[in-house]
Design a protein around this ligand. Structure first.
Ligand code: GLN
Length: 204
């Protein structure tokens, strides 16, 4: 069974764990560096990125989280989790983990109500996803290796780059587990990338 961690310092932790289990994987709550051992993938939930960063430092998790990213295992950042993964945050001198090639702006939908729900069309998904936005960030710009998976109001709200998946909204707050299932599917595709395909040899 796939073991998927949820950073459990603050924010929407339980809902992510439920969504992981609804998809048939084991959810592991991560609070200490040793909790990262033997995970196949990790979710950084929504909440408040500055508070979460303070707790990451307090629990000695910054280095271990960066090492986890370096190991190539899939990581999924939702809302504040997206901010934690970004290489650049508008108005801030330093990123947090700084591992995904995106520039993000916090609290981007301020002129609308703080929270809203909207059907979002996600690349590769037939039916729209009911996306819940809560004081959400958006992706201002992205490097060439980043695939845009969703936009709302002309703003990028979902993207993937190699093992990193991010969205501005909260997929775990609905009963629709398609995005969690998509993330879990990245676990096996990562393995595929590291194993040369047989066709490579057959050409030689
Ligand atoms: N506004 C929050 C932040 O900047 C993110 C909100 C959320 O995760 N729902 O960290």
């Amino acid at each position: 069974m796939k073991r998927v961690g949820v950073l459990a310092l603050q924010g929407a932790v339980r809902e992510h764990a439920q969504s992981i289990e609804a998809c048939g994987a084991e959810a592991v709550l991560v609070k200490w560096p040793s909790d990262l051992e033997d995970l196949d993938a990790l979710i950084l939930p929504g909440g408040e990125s500055t508070t979460m960063r303070r707790l990451v430092d307090r629990y000695g998790l910054l280095g271990p989280l960066r090492a986890f990213a370096k190991s190539g295992k899939p990581m999924f950042g939702t809302c504040a989790g997206l901010i934690l993964l970004a290489k650049e945050i508008v108005g801030y001198p330093e990123p947090h983990l700084g591992v995904m090639d995106i520039k993000v702006e916090r609290n981007s939908f301020g002129r609308q109500a703080d929270s809203f729900e909207t059907p979002l069309s996600v690349k590769g998904m037939e039916a729209p996803f009911e996306a819940v936005f809560i004081r959400a960030p958006h992706i201002v710009s992205a490097g060439s290796g980043v695939e845009i998976l969703g936009e709302h109001d002309g703003k990028i709200v979902m993207a993937r780059s190699r093992q990193f998946l991010v969205c501005s909204f909260h997929p775990e707050l609905t009963d629709d587990h398609r995005i969690t299932a998509y993330f879990l599917s990245m676990i096996s595709s990562q393995t595929d990338i590291s194993l040369p395909k047989r066709s490579v040899y057959s050409k030689v």
